[in-house]
Design a protein around this ligand. Structure first.
Ligand SMILES: [Mg+2]
Length: 101
């Protein structure tokens, strides 16, 4: 991806990911939770042996899409939860906790 193709958030030190606002009417919360588990399994399997990055990325997005749908079905305000997540990470100095070398 070139600089001109990249999509950056206007918020510093963040990346923007867009997911579909899927119509999950008729899908039960239990079924969606099972979808999350299924996609997690596919994400892990995609990394076995010699991983193909495009496949790993595909499964990562499947997982994020399934999780977003699940949170929405639960009634989570995803934008607000995203904001809280970012604030938590920024309070740590934008670094992972407990995984420093
Ligand atoms: Mg998948």
């Amino acid at each position: 991806m070139t600089e001109s193709q990249a999509s950056y958030s206007i918020i510093p030190n963040t990346i923007m990911i867009e997911l579909a606002d899927m119509d999950l009417s008729g899908v039960s919360i239990q079924t969606q939770a099972a979808k999350v588990a299924e996609e997690w399994g596919e994400f892990l399997a995609a990394q076995a042996k010699k991983p193909a990055l495009d496949h790993v990325a595909e499964e990562a997005f499947d997982l994020m899409q399934a999780l977003a749908g699940y949170l929405d079905m639960l009634g989570v305000d995803i934008e607000a939860a995203n904001g809280k997540h970012l604030a938590k990470v920024w309070e740590r100095g934008n670094k992972p906790r407990g995984r420093e070398r």
